[in-house]
Design a protein around this ligand. Structure first.
Ligand SMILES: Nc1ncnc2c1ncn2[C@@H]1O[C@H](COP(=O)(O)OP(=O)(O)OP(=O)(O)O)[C@@H](O)[C@H]1O
Ligand SMILES: [Mg+2]
Length: 596
């Protein structure tokens, strides 16, 4: 059976990332809040310790009140218990507040940094990762790592300290009995460490399965039409069911490896308790301990059970947090392939020409999409790329604003490699209308103003008019302030394209890149937008890609790009004159088609 995205085994996807201890690197994120973080942990100590005082009081209550009938202790012990528990409650609140504050601050800090990282990545990175992965890595992991860590640290500190002080009470009452009890507890606690390793693996796999599930939701959402059009529901459902089954297996695996833990621990501890009872009877008879010692001891022992047992859970959670930290630092250690050189200069304008020199490019190593391209585009010229689908037209123009860098050769502006300019100054030179344009959720106005945030209302009106959007916008109740996207209206393909054209108009950049900018328009609109584009491109350097050759007839140079190679180059007339030429063939095909 061949595998596809629906049937590929999960195991392949699952076991991918290495485990590295990165938590020391968390320090910069914790540093601004370290005082509160430490304070939260320090205050958690007495919260844990106060349990022990109640157990301790029981000794005096039994010996002095119950046995000796001492009225002083009888009056004060209840009052003291109330006082201690009150202090404990107030501290618990403060500690929880402090920890939540610190945990959230650190989480948000990490999340902000992760989002920055995401936007610093090169286009090639986005080609490779999927949205579910991004959501898990950049959002959920930050929460698990920071909030999870802080909360569980607090709990473990409380519990450890509670255990230590309770053991203190045990010792105070009888060291012999303590030995028996601690022995039983150690055996029980030791079991946690046995299942530790297995658990780590399972936790990691669970995270990956959830990230794949997230992607499934995302695809169901944005791909719903494609799913319906190709009747992919069953495939998608099968795939999702598989996923849920693996999630089930993972969870059951977790229970299989950990579920026995609790009952077995319980049994061992009960055994210890039985031993304690057995031993203490003889000790009381021999007068080695008082009945108060015994009551207090048993109370402390019972109180000890909960923290010792739940410490294991906190341990698992902390482990999860560390794994999330590892994954976060994997993201932080990503290197963008496209960034400013330290020596990069600012590109202030293009005066002479843009050149492609001996340029070759591959998305995947070895698969050349552009091969040895040489092309000079003087300032003010219009160059048109035509040719077969998949020939590399969109790719060649995507090298101009450095969405990708070529592996061989270079692109130069006035003789200087574009990699020597700052990215932002380079990208300022280009206004791009893509084959498929992305509109952000927000108003039409917001979407156009992205081109130049400071533009005046008059500029905006003009851009709208030039992009042939005015009558459409006039037909909307809220005009330019109509909300698009999730909460608002959906534009047609042609309308989206015109919003993108308006955006490019308002940017008023010296170089215009039009990748099939009018392909989604009907003939009438196209004629009008074409006129608008003629306005837009006046006195500009223009790269235009078009399937409809009528739109590129007037270009200064037409480049025929087939399978990554320039096969012909010249004016419309020059290319038509080539006997049996590629352009002539394309042209005739369209011309005949029109006549028919
Ligand atoms: N992001 C990408 N990752 C990997 N390969 C890609 C990517 N984008 C395009 N390709 C491949 O590069 C080749 C050239 O694609 P390109 O989009 O440049 O073609 P095109 O000439 O613009 O085609 P069309 O006329 O259909 O828009 C194609 O074989 C395509 O599969
Ligand atoms: Mg294309």
């Amino acid at each position: 059976m061949t595998t596809n995205i629906f049937t590929r085994p999960l195991g392949d996807v699952i076991r991918q990332q290495p485990l590295v201890a990165n938590y020391k690197k968390m320090w910069p994120f914790v540093k601004p809040y370290w005082f509160r973080a430490v304070l939260g942990l320090v205050l958690a100590l007495p919260v844990g310790a106060l349990d022990a005082t109640v157990a301790l009081f029981l000794k005096y209550y039994t010996d002095d009140v119950l046995v000796k009938k001492d009225a002083f202790f009888a009056a004060w012990i209840p009052v003291l218990i109330i006082a201690f528990v009150l202090v404990q409650s107030i501290l618990t609140y403060i500690v929880k507040y402090l920890n939540t504050w610190v945990g959230n601050k650190i989480t948000l800090g990490v999340r902000k940094k992760l989002f920055q990282k995401l936007l610093s990545m090169h286009s090639g990175y986005f080609d490779k990762v999927d949205s579910g992965f991004v959501m898990m890595r950049f959002n959920s992991d930050a929460d698990t790592a920071c909030n999870g860590l802080i909360n569980n640290l607090r709990m473990i500190v409380t519990r450890v300290f509670s255990s230590v002080t309770l053991v203190g009470v045990l010792l105070y009452n009888s060291w012999q009995l303590t030995l028996i009890a601690v022995g039983a507890f150690s055996v029980a606690g030791g079991l946690i460490f046995i299942v530790r390793r297995k658990l780590e693996e399972l936790v990691r796999d669970t995270v990956i399965v959830s990230s794949i599930a997230m992607r499934a939701y995302n695809e169901a959402f944005s791909g719903n039409r494609t799913i319906f059009a190709y009747n992919l529901q069953d495939d998608q459902i099968t795939r999702f069911n598989q996923l849920m089954d693996s999630a089930f297996n993972l969870n059951m695996g977790m229970i299989k490896h950990t579920g026995w833990l609790s009952p077995v621990m319980h049994f061992i501890v009960s055994l210890g308790l039985a031993l304690v009872f057995w031993q203490s009877s003889s000790m009381i008879v021999a007068g080695k301990i008082t009945s108060g010692n015994f009551t207090s001891f048993v109370a402390a022992l019972l109180m000890l059970y909960t923290p010792v047992k739940t410490m294991g859970d906190n341990y698992v959670e902390i482990k999860k947090a560390f794994l999330a930290i590892d994954r976060i630092f994997e993201v932080f250690s990503l290197k963008t392939e496209i960034a400013d050189k330290p020596s990069a200069s600012t590109l202030s304008g293009i005066h002479k020409e843009i050149r492609f020199e001996n340029l070759s490019f591959a998305y995947t190593p070895g698969v050349w999409v552009l091969k040895d391209i040489n092309l000079t585009v003087p300032v003010g010229h219009t160059v048109a790329f035509v040719g077969n689908s998949g020939g590399g037209k969109s790719t060649i123009v995507s090298l101009l604003p450095r969405f990708y860098d070529p592996q061989k050769g270079r692109v130069t502006v006035d003789g200087k490699d574009i990699r020597d300019f700052t990215l932002s100054s380079l990208r300022d030179q280009f206004a791009v209308v893509f084959q498929d344009n992305f509109l952000f959720s927000g108003t039409i106005r917001d979407n156009i103003l992205i081109g130049r945030p400071g533009a005046t209302e008059a500029d905006l009106k003009e851009a709208v008019k030039n992009a042939h959007l005015d009558s459409f916008i006039a037909s909307l109740k809220d005009g330019l302030d109509t909300v698009l996207g999730e909460r608002g209206i959906t534009l047609s393909g042609g309308q989206r394209q015109r919003v993108a054209i308006a955006r490019a108009f308002i940017k008023n950049a010296p170089v215009i890149v039009l990748d099939e900018a009018t392909s989604a328009l009907d003939n009438k609109s196209e004629a009008v937008v074409q006129k608008a584009l003629d306005n837009l491109t006046k006195n500009k350097t223009v790269f235009v890609i078009a399937h409809r050759l009528s739109t590129v007839e007037n270009a200064d140079t037409i480049v025929v790009l087939n399978q990554g190679e320039i096969v012909e180059q010249g004016t419309h007339q020059q290319l038509l004159d080539i006997e049996g030429g590629a352009y002539a063939a394309l042209y005739n095909a369209q011309f005949k088609h029109k006549k028919a």
